[in-house]
Design a protein around this ligand. Structure first.
Ligand code: NAD
Ligand code: ZN
Length: 350
């Protein structure tokens, strides 16, 4: 399956198919006529897919330098950027060469930012390997690194030249990482596609989802494509992709990014905001209950014990999306449809 993200002269394709990793060399050949490729990945992904990907590229005559970083969020740092820049220079990578990011959102965001900044910008291809990266982070052009003070504080809008998605690679994901990505997949169903929601609702869990995975990925990428085409720089509509995230971010922070993964935290966020909006009559009755039912299928949490609710509400009010004490919140009208509302912190206090 194929999608085209239409952004004028920075448009690009998203290719989705099982086994694409075997023919990545030919896919790259179609969009790139240079010779050198820096292939960035992490240790986990390298273990499973490093050598075969390198081989497929070398078979097409490319000169490949594989750069393997440690796995995990800590790698999305300035230190890693330095490592990458030094490797690029050592490899004599020029502006007419190419970077490929093979990994989850960490490698995509970091490698994408390196591509955006090295020599003022060099072409790159997203080759996402986690579910979250395949349905979310590889599409849309947001690339970044973290600072001590917070996540994604330094970054750019810089789009790839191509996104290559091989859903077979999800087979090696640990369950918790797979389910983490399901949090975002469920989000797409909730904000924009009742049919997707129903499919996930009727599926029994990971194994059932894998039977329809290409279709699921295609639907999610298509929703993201439509939103990004209308609001590339995130000044309005793109906010709807943050459904569940305002509370979710506060929960991640409250527990020092240790207790919950991002997908788990936004699951709680999606449920909690819907419970409130339903009570206020903004959302169709029964929606919050259906959210519980779908989350538990994917081992995702929905409620949470918070001793200090004030702290959570303070964090929410400090969220970067908050301008002049007005919070932009995303609420569901019903499953498959959402809207942006402007509220004060009072919204969260009964
Ligand atoms: P990640 O990159 O850390 O990957 C999760 C884990 O899965 C890692 O341990 C990784 O090594 C492993 N892994 C990845 N693919 C695998 C495979 N095929 N088989 C076995 N193991 C595999 O994290 P993530 O959840 O993919 O992404 C999270 C990051 O994405 C965060 O930094 C977040 O800020 C970012 N993000 C960016 C955007 C965006 O628009 N740019 C959107 C959402 C999230
Ligand atoms: Zn998210």
């Amino acid at each position: 399956q194929e999608l085209h993200v239409d952004l004028g002269n920075i448009s690009y394709d998203i290719k989705i198919a099982k086994g694409l990793r075997h023919t990545i060399g030919t896919e790259i050949k179609n969009i790139f006529n240079g010779r050198k490729i820096a292939l960035i990945t992490d240790e986990n992904v390298d273990k499973y897919y490093g050598s075969e990907t390198e081989k497929s590229l070398k078979n097409q005559g490319f000169d490949v330098r594989k750069i393997v970083l440690k796995a995990g969020e800590k790698t999305k740092s300035f230190n890693s950027l330095m490592t990458l820049y030094n490797e690029f220079i050592d490899f004599n990578l020029t502006r007419s060469d190419l970077i490929i990011t093979m990994g989850g959102g960490v490698i995509g965001d970091l490698g994408g930012f390196a591509a955006a900044t090295y020599l003022r910008g060099i072409k790159f291809v997203q080759f996402p390997t986690s579910l979250l990266a395949q349905v979310d982070s590889s599409v849309g052009g947001k690339v970044a690194v973290d600072l001590e003070k917070g996540k994604n504080l330094v970054g750019a809008f810089y789009h790839p030249s191509l996104v290559i998605i091989d859903s077979e690679m999800l087979d090696t994901l640990p369950d918790r990482v797979f389910n983490d990505g399901m949090g975002e997949v469920i989000k797409y169903g909730l904000i924009g596609d009742k049919e997707l929601f129903d499919k996930l609702y009727n599926a029994g869990g990971r194994n059932d989802v894998m039977k329809i995975i290409d279709d699921v990925i295609h639907t999610c990428c298509d929703i993201k494509r439509i939103v990004v085409e209308k609001d590339e720089k995130d000044t309005g509509l793109r906010m709807i992709l943050n459904f569940g995230h305002t509370i979710g971010h506060a929960i991640e922070k409250y527990f020092n990014f240790e207790k919950y993964t991002h997908g788990e935290a936004i699951s709680i966020g999606m449920y909690e905001i819907t419970k409130i909006s339903e009570e206020k009559g903004l959302t169709e009755k029964g929606t919050a209950d259906r959210i519980i039912n779908i989350l538990v299928k994917y081992d995702l949490p929905y409620d949470v014990k918070i001793d200090n609710k004030e702290e959570i509400i303070d964090t929410i009010s400090l969220d970067k999306k908050n301008l002049n004490n007005v919070l932009n919140l995303i609420v569901l009208d019903k499953i498959g449809s959402c809207r942006i509302i402007k509220e004060s912190r009072q919204f969260f206090i009964k």
